[in-house]
Design a protein around this ligand. Structure first.
Ligand code: SF4
Ligand code: FES
Length: 362
């Protein structure tokens, strides 16, 4: 490692089990089964190793982290390690008793996903009846309990018209933060892309609404806006740059630089069962391969944004071009940019086909 980089956060995918079946889930198509999951003790060690490495917060994620019977124990272990604890949840099963247990265990923050405004349509996307009502009830409990609440809304063709009402709902629920996150095309979103992609016009209209609301609600509600790369001119610094800010640990213990890295061919991903987190962070092939700028091809090499976006997203580059080291096609300087834009336009114009819902073995 040439720089003394330290991760800011750990994304702990505690399980891939989940009651919902969202067709844009960022988990891999090949989901990890319950009998392959890390046990409580191993997670406890991982939390301590992450804190020793310099991480400040842990996202207790999944799948649905509440599917772990030991979720309170895990929360407490992360809290005792000195990490700020954020539960990323569908909120299914998050009742008052559960919330009290988690709060006593040291939970700091809850992020609840919503699928839209109309309950029937939202439940249809989540593939779970009654989910919409349960999420609103849980969000109220979180705020009443004095915990910090973020609402996460993944935006796609089926709910892009709901953006103004989603902003109103986040305000009404008392959230401190709202993530308006357009679908990122990884995991289950790739086979569902043609049914999820909005038109560029709808995206631009929604983006204006979000930007106006950001100004209007400044000081009341923080709005994070994640735009669809397919309509961008420059890529995002995916995960803050490869191997720079975040470590993802999968339910079976693989340590990855991002949640989709396992889709890249030719990598051996080290497992926290066999190797310490600091050793993996500092020396593993997976974390060092695309760290920094030396690996970059032209036009990234020498580009004045090379240390701003760190070349964008490796997984997206691979998904579109077949080359993980290619310039992210979200960049207008990439030779594959036009191809990516054409894919988006064709997808947005296509008729809806039934979603392929996320499920183990699906
Ligand atoms: Fe970013 Fe590379 Fe495009 Fe420059 S050429 S803006 S570094 S993706
Ligand atoms: Fe893997 Fe962007 S999702 S680098």
């Amino acid at each position: 490692m040439t720089e003394n980089l330290r991760p800011i956060g750990l994304l702990a995918e505690l399980t891939h089990r989940c009651p919902l079946g969202c067709p844009y889930c960022s988990n891999p198509l090949d989901l990890v089964r319950a009998n392959q999951e890390l046990d409580t003790k191993t997670w406890e060690r991982v939390f301590n190793e992450a804190a020793d490495l310099g991480a400040m917060h842990v996202h207790l994620s999944g799948g649905e982290p509440l599917a772990r019977k030991d979720i309170a124990e895990l929360t407490n272990a992360a809290h005792l390690a000195g990490l700020y604890t954020n539960l990323i949840t569908s909120a299914i099963g998050l009742n008052a008793q559960r919330l009290t247990e988690l709060r006593s265990a040291g939970l700091d923050h809850v992020q609840i996903s919503i699928q839209g405004i109309d309950a029937a349509r939202a439940d249809a996307v989540a593939h779970y009846k009654g989910g919409s009502r349960a999420k609103r009830d849980a969000a109220k409990l979180v705020v009443e309990d004095g915990l910090a609440l973020t609402i996460n809304a993944v935006i796609h063709r089926g709910n892009i018209a709901d953006v103004p009402a989603i902003i109103d709902l986040a305000e009404e629920l008392g959230a401190g933060r709202l993530e308006v996150a357009h679908v990122q095309y990884h995991g289950w979103a790739i086979p569902n892309r043609a049914s999820l992609m909005p038109s560029r016009e709808d995206f631009m209209a929604a983006a204006k609404i979000v930007e106006d609301a950001r100004k209007r609600l400044e000081g009341t509600l923080v709005i994070d806006h994640v735009i669809p790369d397919y309509y961008a001119e420059r890529p995002k610094a995916c995960m803050g740059g490869w191997g720079r800010q975040v470590i993802v640990v999968t339910p079976d213990g693989r340590a990855l630089p991002c949640h989709a890295a396992a889709t890249l061919p030719g990598f051996a991903f080290d497992n926290v069962r066999d190797r310490s987190l600091s050793d993996i962070w500092e020396k593993s092939e997976a974390f060092t391969k695309f760290r920094g700028t030396a690996w970059m091809p032209k036009p990234c090499q020498g580009c004045d944004r090379a240390e701003i976006d760190w070349g964008g997203c490796r997984c997206q580059a691979f998904a579109i071009t077949g080359e993980a080291a290619a310039t992210d096609p979200a960049c207008a300087l990439s030779p594959d940019h036009a191809k990516m834009r054409e894919m988006a336009i064709a997808d947005a114009a296509s008729t809806n086909t039934p979603y392929r819902f996320r499920r183990i073995g699906g």
